[in-house]
Design a protein around this ligand. Structure first.
Ligand SMILES: [Zn+2]
Ligand SMILES: [Zn+2]
Length: 307
């Protein structure tokens, strides 16, 4: 069954946490599941990452489609555990009526399919990836600009240990940028494969040009879902860990002329009150600069509509 074309683009958050799921009383409002975001646009079902939040999404899709086939596209940012660990529990892959295309970058030179197979191999899981009845097809990102139906996807390498890909999703009702794990270039800590020990001047030049490229990639997006794991204080002692902070997220959103910033990849140690405070401090900071930027902290179950 093709998804009935909706009049708006809908973004729904199923997992907003970084590193590890943290269920419990302290995280009931924002949620404890790891990264998973659903986009419904132009008749397509597009899923960003397969953290533990994808389990609930799978159950919801199963209920919605019933006996009708589901055709969906899963874009994986990278294969750190918090972005793939929910896939073995994704119910649509257990039915041969469903077609699942998985897009991602070969982060460990062994192929995306091999990496996902590894986490389901004996002795980690009772069912092998290739024993799943669903029609699963892997698409290594050879091209960084492609289409899923009428939706254009542009991919870009981010600043994170290993290989991490950010996605820009252009729908007919607006565009979304998804950068779940990304360390701001401002810190001059570059997680790049380029070898050698560059002079401070070279390093600064590389960081500046990488940042300028990223701003071009993000320019004028309607919704920017961005790694904002740390407070500014916390970030000072976590430079090089591959994640962002509140004020650097605001600076990037502002410089890219994003309309809405969604703080994402919440630290597992941050409870609901802490995330409230971080979102508030971000709004105060934006108010001081007089910029037009709306800010929300990503929250499981929350929806954003465009158009
Ligand atoms: Zn992560
Ligand atoms: Zn990561």
């Amino acid at each position: 069954m093709a998804v009935s074309p909706e009049s708006s683009t809908r973004i729904r958050f199923w997992g907003v946490r970084g590193s590890i799921p943290v269920p419990g009383r302290g995280t009931v409002r924002y949620g404890g599941n790891t990264a998973c975001v659903e986009i419904r646009a132009d008749g397509e079902v597009i899923i960003l990452d397969a953290g533990s939040g994808i389990r609930e999404l799978g159950l919801a899709l199963d209920k919605e489609f019933g006996t009708n086939p589901i055709s969906l596209s899963l874009l994986i940012s990278h294969t750190h555990w918090d972005h793939i660990q929910g896939f073995p529990f994704f119910v649509p892959s257990y039915s041969d009526k469903n077609r699942i295309r998985i897009f991602g970058y070969d982060g460990a030179n062994s192929g995306l399919g091999e990496i996902l197979r590894g986490q389901m191999a004996t002795p980690f899981f009772p069912i092998g990836l290739y024993d799943l009845p669903g029609k699963i097809q892997f698409e290594n990102l050879n091209r960084m600009d492609f289409n899923i139906g009428k939706v254009r996807i542009v991919a870009k390498r981010l600043n994170h240990p290993g290989v991490c890909i950010g996605y820009r999703v252009f729908t007919s009702k607006g565009s979304i940028a998804y950068l779940p794990d990304h360390e701001p270039y401002e810190s001059l800590h570059l997680h790049s494969p380029e070898s050698g020990s560059p002079s401070p001047q070279d390093l600064k030049q590389r960081a500046l040009s990488a940042r300028a490229e990223l701003m071009e990639f993000l320019r004028d997006c309607d919704v920017l879902i961005l790694d904002s794991q740390y407070t500014d204080d916390e970030y000072r002692s976590h430079v090089g860990w591959g994640h962002g902070s509140i004020s650097t997220s605001i600076a990037q959103a502002r410089d890219a002329h994003a309309r809405q910033l969604v703080l994402f990849h919440h630290d597992p140690r941050h409870d609901d009150e802490m995330i409230d405070e971080m979102a508030e401090s971000a709004r105060r900071l934006v108010a001081q600069t007089g910029a037009q930027l709306s800010i929300e902290a990503a929250c499981e179950g929350a929806e954003i509509k465009l158009g």
